[in-house]
Design a protein. Structure first.
Length: 90
């Protein structure tokens, strides 16, 4: 599914960028994939995909001391404790 229409980018491309460690937030996706640079309507949806992917990584690969794990932990701390951006309780 396309997340950004101004710079055609799919949710799969965003997941791949997050899983490969290239990006773990929308600002890094802006630099890597060029999303959310024009109308910015995709920023919220992109953030949700990032959050979902980070949560999935967290569940499948518990944090270690890697740089990515530290970035993931910092990112997760910004998500409200009662409900994630994906819409389910943590
Ligand atoms: S939809 Fe992504 S910048 Fe416009």
């Amino acid at each position: 599914m396309y997340i950004c229409l101004c710079q055609p980018v799919t949710d799969g491309q965003i997941r791949e960028a997050v899983c490969s460690g290239v990006a773990c937030n929308v600002r890094q996706l802006q630099n890597h994939l060029g999303i959310a640079k024009q109308c910015k309507r995709c920023a919220r949806a992109a953030k949700e995909v990032v959050n979902e992917t980070l949560l999935s990584l967290e569940r499948n690969h518990p944090p270690t001391h890697s740089i990515h794990a530290v970035a993931m932990q910092a990112h997760l701390e910004k998500i409200p404790t009662t409900q994630s951006a994906a819409g389910f309780s943590l």
